[in-house]
Design a protein around this ligand. Structure first.
Ligand code: FAD
Length: 394
């Protein structure tokens, strides 16, 4: 656990020793080095108890119990990335739902939802976008009406990632049609397993099903599953999208991916020559490396701002824009290096977050386009940077 009187070097040695003791034997004992989910879960619990993960969440709710400074959190991120140790359970919930519940939840809501979500036992989906409301989210029409002590929801969401696997959804709905657009929205924690909810997965071009349409027909939300107050939905959605941008623009993911790109280039050849000696590839790698460093340092600077109670302004928007661009550039380098080998490969297992299987890279390329849309498109990030960052007119 981080203590203020320690140096970062001592802390790194402590984290490395923890990983040597708790993670490396799991990798050595696993077939093909792929550690199973139950083992990962048990490892994560030890990492939380040691104060390395979910440090910002109280122990009362299953967290690490003492928030680390930004530099110490970066030490943990780097040390875990270096040995491929898992930080969070899969899905958006640990990155987005946990901090939002922590910020806006009542004591009862935190006790009810945080421990299971942190353990990865409760899966959440995000219900913001609708067929007529994406970038222009405030025009959403799904409504919730308070009747006989419960909220009754009617409407439709779309692009809800993994809603078909989720237990609950964070739902943005209109509760006051008379109020000005932003003021009439509220934020709910809705149970997806109920008769009024229909979830229809959408099949993507790679044959996978990740997104869903979700239909609400007199679906019920209990009164104590309203997050915040009626009319506070826009504020909470803004905080959620902030966490989502940080999740997408994850510097650890970018650095790990770059490491794997380098491996592939080193192992491959172009026209019979080692790909790593190709000046065009080297030039692209050098440019990408510069951007990867910029993302890492920008994340650190943002965290320092936030620890000092200062507004990091549009840094996170710039980081999301840069990160999604650089991920596209990395996947394009791999595609160019693997060439026809990639064309004949099956889509592969996209869940391989260590990017070890070459056949995954077709999916990574497609995903790199998708993440430039998720959490606010690149154009929307540019608009925000221009308006809020540079004060340019709308
Ligand atoms: C991988 C992925 C996961 C997602 N997961 C979820 C989820 O779990 N839950 C959820 O609610 N939603 C989710 N979404 C939906 C996502 O939030 C929307 O796709 C996104 O906000 C864009 O909305 P849209 O698709 O309606 O496009 P539109 O808003 O219609 O945009 C179309 C094009 O017009 C441009 N554009 C729009 N307005 C402007 C403007 N003012 N200025 C300049 N250009 C503009 C956009 O940049 C884009 O190029 C996900 C999307 C993706 C790709």
């Amino acid at each position: 656990m981080w203590q203020d009187n320690r140096t970062l070097e001592d802390f790194r040695a402590e984290v490395d020793a923890f990983l040597d003791r708790e993670w490396k034997p799991l990798v050595q004992g696993a077939s093909g080095g792929h550690v199973g989910e139950p083992e990962k879960k048990a490892f994560r619990r030890k990492a939380i108890d040691a104060g390395y993960l979910f440090d910002f969440i109280s122990r009362d709710y299953g967290g690490g119990g003492a928030e680390m400074p930004a530099q110490a959190a970066a030490v943990v991120r780097d040390a875990f990335a270096a040995v491929g140790a898992p930080l969070m359970p899969a899905g958006i919930a640990p990155w987005i739902v946990v901090p939002v519940l922590n910020d806006f939840g009542t004591e009862a809501q935190k006790r009810k939802y945080l421990p299971a979500t942190i353990e990865g036992d409760m899966i959440w989906s995000q219900g913001f976008s609708e067929p007529g409301a994406g970038s222009d989210l405030v025009s959403l029409r799904t409504g919730a009406e308070f009747r006989d002590g419960k909220w009754i929801v009617n409407g439709q969401k779309v692009w809800s990632t993994f809603a078909h696997l989720a237990h609950r959804m964070i739902l943005l709905a209109r509760t006051d049609p008379q109020a000005k657009a932003h003021a009439g929205l509220s934020f709910f924690l809705i149970d997806l397993h109920q008769p009024g909810v229909t979830v229809r997965p959408l099949t993507q071009m790679n044959g996978r099903q990740e997104f869903c349409e979700v239909f609400f027909e007199n679906a019920v939300v209990e009164a104590d599953d309203l997050l915040g107050k009626p009319g506070q939905g826009w504020e909470i959605a803004g905080a959620t999208l902030g966490y989502e941008r940080r999740f997408i623009a994850n510097p650890m993911r970018t650095s790990m991916m770059f490491g794997r790109v380098l491996d592939i280039v080193r192992e491959s050849s172009i026209d019979g020559q080692p790909a790593i000696k190709d000046p065009r590839i080297r030039d692209r790698l050098a440019q990408v490396k510069g951007k990867v460093e910029a993302i890492t340092r920008s994340a650190l600077r943002e965290a320092e701002f936030s620890a000092a109670g200062k507004d990091a302004g549009t840094f996170v928007h710039m980081r999301k824009l840069l990160q999604t661009t650089v991920e596209q550039e990395m996947t394009l380098i791999v595609r160019d290096v693997l060439g026809n080998r990639l064309l004949t490969m099956p889509p592969g297992d996209e869940d391989d977050t260590r990017w070890t299987n070459e056949e995954c890279w077709n999916n990574f390329f497609m995903r790199s386009l998708a993440i430039a849309i998720a959490g606010g498109t690149s154009n929307i990030q540019r608009n925000i940077i221009a308006n809020r960052g540079y004060g340019l007119p709308r």
